[in-house]
Design a binder for this molecule. Structure first.
Ligand code: PLP
Ligand code: COI
Length: 356
């Protein structure tokens, strides 16, 4: 990937906020590093990008993104490994997905080269915000939104592409309790479920709140038509282990986010000789397996969530308890492997760690 010809203007912040950070009590996504990246689209093209001090941005009251939701985002992480090098996990994959989301939402694509180089430069400048504290990383949030000052409905002619970064620990601090949702719907065929569109998350908040009142962390979404097939969770893809096989909902439908963590883990476990089934997964088979004790493992996978082992699956009035965490050979092995890979303790045979 050639990055040398891309240049951005850089305005450094006069004073770093890093000394104000309480690293022992770091809430997810509330603390931001010193700089942000900003690039504007107008006159039919992307203008020169800039890295500037992190600060609020002005907003027109008619800005179209907040009225009609042309808004997409990505999430990825930078790590500091044992050798002190900073690496970013598979930014090219996020660049590709961002382009796909943009296309679905009728927004202009950002080239993969610019996407990756903007992240690389921003992380390089805020390198001291990438901690080597175990279990921590710098969460990177690229996003794009429509900025036309117009309340008519049409695709905007102007956009902002921005990147902010935030030092984070675990999104879930304990094994997750998830509930199978049979009434509300996250995404329907022909909709925008595959895109990482902001509205998908807004629409999920009310159903998620209902399950949180019942003591769950998140929902396990099912298909919109019959609520018969498992799709994904609100913040992560889902994987199950039955009879030694790894089973996960196929992403052939356009209702499931094509997770980068999921794709990476599938490639990884295939090298361990584990059989993987990407297919339609019925609620019934998972519930039956949990009831009769053949559901060996279940875990959510995602950038923020990392590998979030499932403690309990809620199904109607039933609480399906999962095997004890220490017996989860597969998810424990994947977790350990991915941590070691990101920390540079094992060879990066797939070439997933992008050096800053
Ligand atoms: N599904 C949803 C709805 C998500 O928000 C995420 C997080 O990005 C994922 C799946 C996992 O995707 P990835 O592994 O690319 O982070
Ligand atoms: C991510 O994992 O990057 C996401 O976008 C999910 C969100 C819960 C932070």
């Amino acid at each position: 990937m050639s990055t040398s010809i891309i240049s951005f203007s850089i305005q450094k912040s006069l004073e770093s906020k890093i000394n104000q950070v309480d690293w022992e009590n770091l809430p997810f996504g509330k603390v931001f590093s010193d700089h942000l990246f900003l690039m504007e689209y107008s006159d039919g093209q992307w203008q020169e990008g800039a890295i500037i001090p992190f600060a609020p941005i002005p907003m027109h009251p008619a800005m179209s993104a907040i009225h009609y939701g042309q808004s997409i985002f990505e999430g990825l992480k930078a790590y500091k490994n044992k050798a002190g090098e900073i690496t970013i996990f598979r930014p090219d994959m996020n660049a590709k997905r961002f382009k796909e989301s943009a296309e679905r939402m009728c927004m202009p694509p950002v080239s993969e080269e610019i996407f990756v180089e903007a992240i690389r430069k921003l992380v390089e400048l805020d390198a001291n915000w990438v901690t080597d504290k175990e279990g921590y990383s710098l969460y990177i949030r690229p996003y794009m939104f429509a900025t036309d000052e117009y309340v008519g409905i049409k695709a905007s002619d102007t956009y902002k592409f921005m990147i902010i970064t935030s030092p984070v620990g675990a999104y879930y601090s304990e094994p997750v309790r998830i509930k199978i949702e049979e009434h509300y719907t996250r995404a329907a065929t022909g909709g925008v479920g595959r895109a990482k569109a902001a509205g998908n998350y807004g629409a999920s908040l009310y159903p998620a709140k209902q399950c949180q009142i019942q003591g769950f962390h998140q929902l396990l979404w099912t298909d919109a038509k019959e609520h018969k097939y498992i799709e994904e969770s609100g913040t992560m893809n889902i994987m199950f282990q039955i009879g030694g096989k790894l089973i996960t909902p196929s992403e052939d439908s356009d209702t499931i986010l094509r997770g980068i963590t999921k794709r990476s883990l599938i490639d990884l476990v295939l090298t361990w000789g584990i059989e993987v089934e990407e297919r339609k997964v019925t609620v019934e088979e998972i519930v039956l397996a949990a009831r009769n004790g053949t559901l060996e493992d279940a875990f959510g996978v995602g950038t923020a969530a990392t590998i979030a082992q499932v403690a309990v699956i809620g199904y109607r009035d039933e609480l399906l308890e999962m095997p004890a965490i220490e017996t989860r050979t597969l998810s424990n092995k994947i977790k350990a492997h991915m941590d070691a890979l990101k920390m540079g303790e094992i060879e990066d045979t797939f070439g997933w760690n992008f050096k800053v």
